[in-house]
Design a protein around this ligand. Structure first.
Ligand code: PBG
Length: 323
């Protein structure tokens, strides 16, 4: 009790603050998202995400080299294909945008760990995460497509696959398909507790995946539900997920914390597009200190319990961490 206890003693200067710091960010925590597109020499900035681009393979290779040289261990690839159809066929094309990007990166920067987002929404004309039947995404037929997509990424050389569709049973289906094709060593990071969030807005511009009708609330989780996240994560672990993800991150720190304390496997958190855009916009207007807000936000995600953070800020944060 005061005056014996004085918390300020351990805050006196940066040396002692560093010595007693309870959470540290590291470049090893980061996974950097890359948007792969078709063509050559394409580097198109995403207007709502300054500093992020849709890039053709030749361009994204330069990006991948920079990511690697900054000490960031991993990237996650999203694809913007040339052709979309009802069934998202281009998602499984062995010469598809993501497949080409994987091969090129593994060739040029073999040490960079390549994760792929496994979903249909970037490849379907309707922009939904699966096959449409009677006005809604049909769960079980979609599992087949997701499994084929995951196998096709593994064949192209992906180190890990990350299903983001929120269909029931997709982890088990993908695990079985990978194992059957000889990829039992490829881990699955499941977007296990993924909420139907307004914070994905800028990403849908980036990935050209805006749903053409309705929304994603019949498959993504209701933002009001906390205990349901534990159920979703438990099911994904049972089905064989190696890493589970909570998404978005900032408005869901309670969920990250719950998942961390309930399970003993690595937890990832997705610091999504809208969270990035808000900081960028306020920074541009001079309303906040962009760099400090970025570091504080990333630290809060780690402090809540995330082992890994998928973030568009990875390169900027790495530059600060590397000094
Ligand atoms: C695809 C997918 C989305 C994101 C990652 N994978 C969008 C969505 O579900 O609508 C969002 C990422 C972000 O906002 O940064 N299903």
């Amino acid at each position: 009790m005061f005056p014996v206890h004085r918390g300020r003693r351990l805050r006196k200067n940066e040396v002692i603050r560093k010595m007693v710091r309870q959470t540290n960010l590291s470049t090893d925590d980061f996974i950097y998202p890359i948007f792969a597109t078709y063509g050559k020499g394409v580097k198109k900035e995403i207007s709502s995400m300054p500093g992020c681009y849709q890039e053709s393979v030749d361009e994204l290779l330069k990006n991948a080299k920079e990511v690697y040289s900054l000490g960031i261990p991993s990237v996650i690839l999203f694809g913007i294909p040339e052709h979309k159809d009802e069934f998202g066929s281009s998602a499984c094309d062995e010469k598809g945008v993501v497949q080409n990007a994987i091969k090129a990166i593994k060739d040029a920067v073999p040490g960079l760990y390549v994760i792929t987002d496994v979903c249909m929404c970037e490849y379907t004309i309707h922009g939904h995460c699966g096959v449409i039947e009677r006005g809604d995404v049909a769960n079980d037929p979609t599992l087949e497509l997701l499994s084929r997509e995951a196998v096709s990424h593994a064949k192209a050389g992906a180190d890990m696959v990350a299903p983001s569709d929120m269909m029931d049973g997709r982890v088990a289906a993908i695990r079985a398909a990978l194992d059957k094709e000889g990829f039992s060593g490829i881990p699955i990071m499941s977007y296990a507790a993924k909420y139907a969030s307004a914070f994905y807005g800028p990403f849908r511009e980036a990935a050209e995946s805006i749903p053409q009708f309705g929304d994603r609330r019949t498959y993504q989780m209701d933002p009001a539900n906390r205990r349901e996240a534990i159920k979703e994560v438990a099911l994904d672990i049972e089905e064989g997920a190696d890493i589970v993800m909570v998404k978005p991150a900032l408005s869901y720190l309670d969920i990250i914390s719950d998942v961390r304390s309930s399970f003993d496997i690595p937890v990832a958190a997705y610091n999504v597009s809208g969270e990035y855009s808000m900081i960028k916009a306020a920074g541009k207007l001079g309303w906040i200190d962009e760099q400090r807000a970025m570091m504080e936000m990333l630290l809060s995600i780690k402090r809540a319990g995330a082992d890994l953070i998928l973030t568009y800020f990875a390169k900027e944060a790495a530059k600060i961490l590397n000094g």
